[in-house]
Design a binder for this molecule. Structure first.
Ligand code: FAD
Length: 498
């Protein structure tokens, strides 16, 4: 076992995961550790991944990044949620917003009162009571109000950005703080005989790079965690069988909306992500139901303008590395597992792993309890995202062989329990840890026609007429305030103007 303090961190891989890790460790641990990052420009990066969730702002804030400079450097736009088209039934559209449905009306959730009024004949969709949904459907944007009493304080926001430019931006940040970068291919990984810890990586230049802690950010191949340490992979393909994607950017033909779009298709779904300089597009599909050629043709036929590059094909398997921390190696990014980008969670999972690594940063004693705790935390993170993704496939009435199979599949017990409770009384099981909270689950339940048979009886205690008036007032106030906001595209242009 190494007996000294961890002084040298070696990161293998310079994709989004590698540079986020390098920047965050340099910021948090500064002069206490020497950081070396090895990447191969010959191999390159995965080259996709443009949509995020609001947590990215905390990551950027911790690094002290200026929002306008970050947005200029990464061609970013704002994001208030994800629009799901054709998911519940063909022709449907709903938005998973980054914000609550309605204001807090006391003991029970706003949606319980909405369920009650709906049972009494209210026809207004719950979307009308969500500020980020109304704002984004109008193509507007504003930073949330800092006044907690304001309706426009009830939402959060994220970004769409060019992940390659983000990695380059963070590379400058990390190098300015002393991170040393080497462009070379890792040809071998040397393990110590005694305990199987990684001793050094061997580069194709012949150089041996030794270190105390190794972070595997080498992408799907898992160069250290799998190829050297054989951590194992738990497949979730029986729940999330999409195993391929094809991606191609194009120019936008409409003003950039603050929404990622996901459209259900015959054998999977397509993403549309508006950036400042282009639109990212891709088709995530299941290879049992469509060929690569057909999927590519489908994607190209849907583009709003000529593709700006040859379509890029990718293969993956949903699941997680059985151990994401093993011995003196921690896997972050695609090397640690993969969940399809339906809810834009990969960059969040990188961020979560970095946060857990920093708070459990090894002290050189390599107490196995740190490794166990990190793996427990990441397992929770991944499982909770997994269940939320599965819900999108399970709760659908779409026709077709791919969708029939999704509707009929057995689901994890954790999700079955959540669904049962919602269907009975509209309750959302609260998670203490993990990512998606009540509004996210409600958006998908209601958007995909999962309807409870009842509602919380406490709502019946309120006088119906007063409640109806309050609802009408909230709806009007959100609409009026949303209509007064600036168009998203000009808001971004103004912010990014030098
Ligand atoms: P990579 O980008 O693959 O980087 C791996 C690095 O390791 C590279 O620098 C490579 O050169 C280096 N490397 C590999 N082998 C060696 C070697 N032998 N020697 C030296 N260096 C080596 N995430 C989101 O948050 N939102 C999204 O919308 C989103 N969409 C996605 C869509 C698809 C289809 C896919 C597949 C992923 C998507 N992701 C998304 C995930 C996101 O792209 C990745 O999580 C993110 O880019 C991190 O990738 P990475 O850095 O782990 O791996």
């Amino acid at each position: 076992m190494p007996d000294s303090t961890v002084r040298t961190v070696v990161i293998v891989g310079g994709g989004t995961a590698g540079w986020m890790t390098a920047a965050a460790i340099a910021q948090a641990l500064g002069p206490h550790v020497a950081i070396r990052l090895v990447e191969s420009s010959e191999i390159g990066t995965v080259g996709v991944g443009e949509a995020t969730i609001p947590h990215i702002r905390a990551f950027n804030a911790k690094l002290g990044l200026d929002e306008a400079e970050f947005m200029r450097s990464t061609q970013a736009t704002f994001k208030l949620g994800i629009e799901f088209r054709d998911w519940g039934r063909p022709g449907d559209s709903y938005i998973h917003p980054f914000g609550a449905f309605g204001p807090d009306l006391g003991e029970i959730g706003f949606h319980q009162h909405w369920l009650r009024l709906r049972a009494e004949g209210l026809e207004t969709s719950i979307e009308a009571f969500s500020a980020p949904i109304v704002i984004s459907r109008l193509g507007r944007f504003a930073h949330p109000s800092a006044d907690p009493r304001a309706l426009l304080s009830t939402f959060s926001y994220a970004y769409h950005f060019d992940a390659g430019l983000y990695a380059a931006f963070l590379r400058r940040y990390a190098e300015e703080r002393g991170v040393q970068r080497t462009d070379a291919r890792v040809a071998d990984v040397r393990l110590r005989g005694a305990d199987g810890f990684i001793d050094a990586i061997v580069l194709d230049t012949g150089e041996q790079v030794s270190g105390d802690l190794f972070v595997d950010c080498s992408g799907f191949r898992g160069l250290l965690i799998e190829q050297a340490l054989k951590a194992g992979y738990e497949s979730w393909a029986h729940w999330l069988p999409c195993d391929r994607a094809v991606a191609a950017p194009c120019h936008a033909q409409e003003p950039a909306t603050p929404l990622t779009r996901s459209t259900a298709l015959d054998a999977g779904w397509a993403w549309r992500i508006p950036l400042q300089h282009r639109v990212g597009n891709g088709y995530v599909y299941c290879s049992d139901f469509i060929s690569d050629e057909e999927a590519e043709a489908t994607l190209l036929s849907r583009l709003e303008s000529e593709p700006l590059a040859d379509p890029r094909r990718l293969r993956f398997q949903a699941g997680r590395r059985r151990k994401q921390w093993s011995r003196n190696c921690v896997a972050i990014g695609l090397s640690s597992g993969f969940l399809e980008p339906l809810e834009s969670t990969s960059i969040y999972l990188i961020q979560a792993a970095i946060g857990h690594l920093i708070s459990l940063f090894p002290d050189g004693s390599w107490d196995p309890v740190d490794e166990t705790e990190f793996n427990r935390l990441m397992e929770l993170e991944l499982e909770r995202v997994r269940d939320f993704l599965i819900l999108h496939y399970r709760a659908t009435q779409r026709p077709g062989a791919f969708w029939d199979a999704r509707r009929q599949m057995a689901i994890p017990d954790s999700l079955a329990y959540k669904l049962a409770l919602f269907e009975e009384r509209g309750a959302v099981v609260r998670y203490k840890d993990g990512l998606f909270q009540e509004p996210s689950w409600l958006a998908v339940y209601f958007g995909q026609h999962v309807s409870p048979t009842g509602f919380n009886p406490l709502s019946a205690g309120l006088p119906a007429e007063a409640l109806r008036r309050e609802f009408a007032g909230i709806e009007q106030a959100i609409r009026r305030q949303a209509e007064a906001l600036q168009p998203h595209e000009s808001y971004v242009a103004q912010l990014c103007a030098v």
